[in-house]
Design a binder for this molecule. Sequence first.
Ligand code: GLN
Length: 524
Amino acid sequence: MPNYIVVLGSIMSGLGKGILTASIGKILQSRGFKVKPMKFDGYLNVDCGTMNPFRHGEVFVLRDGKEVDMDFGTYERFLNIDLDADASITGGRIFKDIIEREREGKFLGRDVQFVPHVTNWIKDHIVSYANKNNLDFLIIEVGGTVGDIENSYFIEALRQLSMKEKVMFVQLTYLPNLYGELKTKPTQHATQILRGMGIQPSVIVARANKRLDKETREKIKLYCNVDYVMNDHELSTVYELPLLLEQEGMYEAIRTFFKLECRKAELDSWESRVNKLKTSPHKGKIAIVGKYTKQVDSYASLREALINASAELGIKPSIEFVEAEDIKGNVEQLSQYDGIIVPGGFGKRGVEEKIKAIQFARENKKPFLGICFGMQLMAVEFARNVMGLDACSEEIESCKDPAVILQPNQKDVKQIGGTLRLGDYEMDIKEGTILHEIYGKDKAIERHRHRYEINPKYILSFEDNGLIVSATHKDLIEAMEYDRKKFGFGIGLQAHPEFTSRFERPSPVFVRFLKESLASFLGS
Ligand code: GLN
């Protein structure tokens, strides 16, 4: 029988519910339990695919191609597991499904209501997911904060679920620091709101900018009616949270609630990576030249993939976001960096500056990594400045020599949502290439999210001039790299290797890129 843990947020957003959910998962997984997270988001989008990263942070892609909230990246990085579309529920997905069934006449003349139809949909989905996956624990993160209209029916469904199944509620709150004193009143109100919905949390996790003192902890216990109040103060790395929760007795609280046996956590290798990250010397600088840099969560997986690789190598470069448009005429500013990344992206803004950044990397033999749009622009830059063509990407403009074109099977696509080339595809990697050294094998699977592709018409002249196709999937070019002798280390991937990087299993692409960029500091 699966156990259920529900993580609810209160007071304000941005407190790190996703990291808390993943960390609770980690401490259970490290005891041998089979754990998966699930997330509910209240918005009416069916999935995250149509959302602008500026407003919502990165769109993460699962292996089955589902475009989901960035918290899924945190779950996968922490738990080192692949999740699937059914782990992500949005308000839009629930209503779309129910309304379609209503149109098909499946409700047999009944009026369709929030209770019981929407709440039953939610409960059925949760229970069948937990059973189908044979889980010991399903950890459900409820997006938004308690008291929002958007998640109220979801919380009601969870209350109903708790009448039948074993469901433990964990509430994340925030303690504002007023002249040195951590104030508990907002937390008391937050718990009252939840109690008004018929739910009593068992654990309160208190996010604050410093540790709780004994008195504050006791006060929260007494007024919020809970036995467990846990610290969640500022940490130097998010990967430290499972270790903090261990100290704070999270397993003890879970064990008591679900009446489980004592089990020892196996977190040694996790801890040694955390320690390596904390003690590694700060050396070198990596630039991410993008268009959504003012909202750093837009590139969350990319940043974390670099951090995961840093923990592996024991060196911590500073990762700096450079807004492409700000480069203007001054591309020389990039000379301060040891490696340059142009990440995935869409649309015209900043494109010419990104191309200049790539040219700068190539001409100065700065290690370069182009991801998706970054690889497409690598090809455009090369076609223009090495091959002398009037080149562009068809996504941006029309020109005589489009180096990047719409994938043929995208021509008839009318609807935007969920129609890109999404999710896992296998690439065949050419022997003798740097990419082959990186993966150490002939085939690798990575996740994708794109509509355009490198124009295969130019393969021969790309290769003649020193831009080598290093991987393909059928006719589609999956990866390219510079002839190293001519242009230094530079690789591009149509896929997003950042989506498969895990804390305990960093992506080999990022490990190699950092090794190349930081070679002078690593002494190799
Ligand atoms: N805009 C490009 C495309 O659709 C690249 C997408 C991306 O970088 N994820 O092909």
